[in-house]
Design a protein around this ligand. Structure first.
Ligand code: ADP
Ligand code: ZN
Length: 764
């Protein structure tokens, strides 16, 4: 992997060439908030060992503080005495190929993140050399066994078997399989070695976690016409060895995954590798079972892996042992030397956006990588992101293929919205379930079928408030409402993870009334369910239960096995899980997001409803879906009720065009945070002024600023937050402007944190 391009690094540091002394110089990107790279001399003792992609220690600043950095280039240059040497090679092995370094450069530039930090984010942490390598012992014969036999050596049955086995093999045999196959003991082998009949050698080998895996099975169905057309289009793209994006637009159950499988197998058959990205790894429990029986030499990268395991997985991938990499975010950086295809399932998922710098979007990184390598990308979605839909209409390198039908020709479920304001009228207690929802739940349970109950968002429900004065109890650090956890008697802020004893009396001394719990968190929904349907087996999945992955996987298994009747959960239960006996899905609150999520709120709402609807009635039971809301007139909701994505996206694009929002323009969001509200506000104002000057100075056409304004989450983790949106005509314009902002140091503030988020997804 440590291929170093064109320069021969095997020579010595000082090369005499005519009169001029030359030095090998490495360009290093330090892992610091610095947007520059620096040159260092490669010292004699590291000559020939340093290659692009490696992590090194270098002195930085006047004091020469040692800092980790990545070698991004090597050059032979005239000797320059001002250059300091690299002090240490951190790891001899690197998964940062020249291709990934180039990708890192592009990410660093696009997302305004220092190159060193970017490279650190895209490669696994340094792992001690040889970790994950297993010592494997091999045995072979060294004596002339035939002459021993002729000389009348008397061997026990086992000893003879062992010697025969070795004699029959041209190659050394792995000791473990030899002993197992012959029933001999390791003591016997040691004796044979002492007698110099057998030689045992050991080798360090990569432990294969992929192995041969389960036998590949062929499904007993043929692709339908639409799938065949899709596979044909993708095959053409693969054969053309050109960049292109294929948007597979099809409801869940329309056979998209089957199309990825065929395309991936074709690429693998050509001796190349493929990456399949999925939004949530917990899904892979179900997905993996299906995929591992269909795809050869699979490497599964998920967040549960340790650093060592990930490093090992990357090594297998880099060596070409793994042909297919499946994973969430980081899998897009798998060091495949021979990548031929990237597929992204549910491309619209917000979890593809990285929440830390570099704040890249995995889908967009995949597209960058595919562009560099000139390979195709396949994006799948039932509700494509507005951006990708727009591109598929307007760009020549994007195609769209519509899988119109569910494979098993099932009708879409009937989706109804219920106005909760009407349900609540005249009721003293908060109504959790509408009459229709309760009725359909009952009917579902009576038929022995299963139901999913979805809470839109855990953090926006189950608030404590005072019925007398209306005071809402919020986190002492944030202005976010506290969420009651009945089981512990405590309340939590799900933003800063503060826990307090649940207050019972209104904190307003003039009031002092008993507080009530308003709304319906997943736990309250579970309680009410248990009360109404005492015989039903109910389980709950949310980020609290999710902390233990095994626990979650256990619940999913039990639900699949029909040992659970009703599964209550947050959005994550709407994602990709495939439960054949679910015939009812209820959405308890379907508006909060729409009111808070910024310009993507409608898109989110539409996606959510469609996604849950896809969970109902996938196989033999026809589905029903009830969506409870206090805003039944939202256009996104109306379009979702009739499963009309195309009408939704047309309407949404019109709105975005009028408002000058993506995909018609590009945005960067800058958030300034400070513990003092005044400071945060002043810094945001000053930043806005500097940026306005910059826009004027650069003359960037069509660029403007929006804000500063307080963020939707105006206070978070004890800090006040202001946001500023930078808007340009296109991505190139945004890059130009943000690069200029960096060069002119416009973005530096006295804010305790300044976040730059290019192509933001969440505007909270
Ligand atoms: P999606 O990814 O769009 O949700 P899948 O590819 O998972 O759809 O297909 C849904 C189900 O239908 C899966 O169980 C799959 O094995 C099956 N399937 C896919 N294509 C066909 C086909 N052509 N004929 C019969 N069954 C199919
Ligand atoms: Zn808080």
């Amino acid at each position: 992997m440590a291929g170093s391009g064109t320069i021969d690094t095997s020579g010595h540091l000082w090369v005499e060439e005519g009169d001029q002394r030359l030095a090998m110089v490495a360009e290093v990107a330090p892992v610091l908030p610095i947007h520059q790279t620096y040159s260092y001399v490669i010292p004699d003792e590291l000559a020939g060992q340093v290659a692009p992609g490696q992590r090194v220690m270098v002195p930085v600043g006047r004091a020469g503080r040692p800092v980790a950095g990545f070698v991004v280039g090597i050059d032979q240059r005239p000797w320059d005495s001002t250059l300091r040497p690299i002090t240490e090679l951190v790891e001899a092995e690197s998964y940062l190929t020249p291709e990934l370094i180039a990708l890192g450069r592009q990410i660093a530039e696009h997302y305004v993140c220092p190159l060193g930090r970017t490279l650190k984010a895209i490669t696994p942490n340094a792992v001690r050399q040889q970790r994950g390598l297993k010592t494997v012992r091999y045995a072979s014969l060294i004596a002339d066994v035939e002459s021993l036999r002729e000389a009348g050596a008397r061997w026990s049955e086992r000893r003879r078997k062992l010697i025969d086995a070795l004699a029959a093999s041209a190659d050394p045999i792995r000791v473990d399989s030899l002993l197992k196959g012959t029933g001999a003991s390791s003591a016997m082998l040691r004796t044979l070695a002492k007698e110099e009949i057998v030689e045992v050698t050991s080798r360090k080998e990569v432990q294969t976690t992929t192995g041969t895996g389960p036998e590949l099975v062929e499904p007993d169905f043929e692709l339908n016409d639409e799938q065949r057309a899709a596979v044909g289009e993708i095959d053409k793209a693969i054969d053309a060895a050109a960049f292109g994006v294929t948007l597979l637009f099809g409801v869940s159950g329309s056979g998209k995954t089957e199309v990825y499988i065929r395309a991936i197998r074709r690429v693998v058959a050509q001796g190349r590798q493929a990456i399949l990205l999925v939004p949530e790894i917990v899904l892979t429990t179900q997905l993996v079972q299906r995929l591992s029986s269909r795809l050869p030499d699979l490497a599964i990268s998920h967040s549960g892996l340790t650093e060592v395991q990930r490093s090992l997985l990357w090594r297998q991938t880099a060596e070409g042992v793994s042909k297919v990499v499946i994973g969430t975010r980081s899998a897009v950086f798998a060091p495949c030397p021979n990548l031929g295809l990237i597929c992204i399932d549910e491309e619209q998922e917000t979890s593809y956006k990285n929440l830390r710098a570099p704040r890249f979007h995995v889908r967009d990184v995949a597209i960058m990588r595919a562009q560099q390598l000139r390979i195709p990308v396949v994006l799948g979605s039932a509700t494509p992101s507005v951006e990708m839909w727009y591109h598929s209409e307007h760009r020549s390198d994007y195609h769209r293929i519509h899988l119109r039908r569910r494979v098993k020709a099932l009708p879409m479920p009937k989706v109804q919205a219920i106005d909760m304001r009407e349900e609540q009228a005249g009721e003293k207690r908060t109504v959790v379930f509408s009459r229709l929802m309760e009725h359909l739940l009952e009917a579902t349970l009576e038929r022995g079928e299963q139901a999913l109950i979805l809470m839109n968002r855990r953090g926006f429900a189950n608030r404590i408030y005072c019925p007398a004065c209306g005071t809402r109890i919020t986190c002492p650090n944030c202005q976010v409402g506290l969420v009651v956890h009945r089981a512990t008697g405590r309340s939590a802020c799900h933003h800063c993870h503060t826990y307090v004893a649940t207050p019972e009396i209104c904190p307003d001394v003039a009031c002092g009334q008993r507080l009530v719990h308003l709304g319906s968190g997943t736990q309250r929904v579970e309680d009410v369910l248990a009360e109404r349907f005492p015989k039903a087996r109910i389980s709950r999945v949310d980020s609290d239960t999710m902390r233990h992955r095994d626990h979650y996987e256990g619940i999913v298994r039990d639900f699949e096995a029909r040992e659970i009747d009703v599964l209550v959960g947050t959005q994550m239960i709407a994602k990709g899980l495939d439960f054949p006996f679910v015939s009812f899905v209820g959405v308890v609150h379907a508006d909060t997001d729409a009111l808070l999520g910024g310009f993507r709120a409608s898109e989110r709402l539409f996606q959510l409803i469609t996604q849950v609807a896809g969970r109902a009635g996938r196989f033999d039971a026809p589905g029903r879906v009830v969506v409870q809301t206090t805003a039944p007139d939202l256009p996104a909701l109306q379009f979702a009720l009739t499963h009309d994505y195309e009408a939704f996206v047309a309407d949404e694009l019109k709105m975005r065009q009028q408002a000058g929002l993506p995909p018609f323009r590009r945005l960067a969001r800058i958030v300034v945070e400070h513990a003092r509200e005044e400071t945060a506000g002043q810094e945001a104002d000053a930043l806005a002024e500097r940026l306005a000057e910059l826009v004027e100075k650069t003359g960037e056409e069509g660029a403007d600023l929006m804000g500063p304004n307080p963020c939707v989450l105006a206070r978070l983790r004890g800090k006040y937050r202001f946001e500023l949106l930078v808007r340009t005509l296109n991505a190139t314009g945004l890059r130009r402007l943000m690069t200029a902002a960096q060069v002119e140091k416009v973005l530096a503030t006295k804010g305790q944190t300044t976040i730059v988020d290019v192509d933001p997804v969440s505007l909270m």
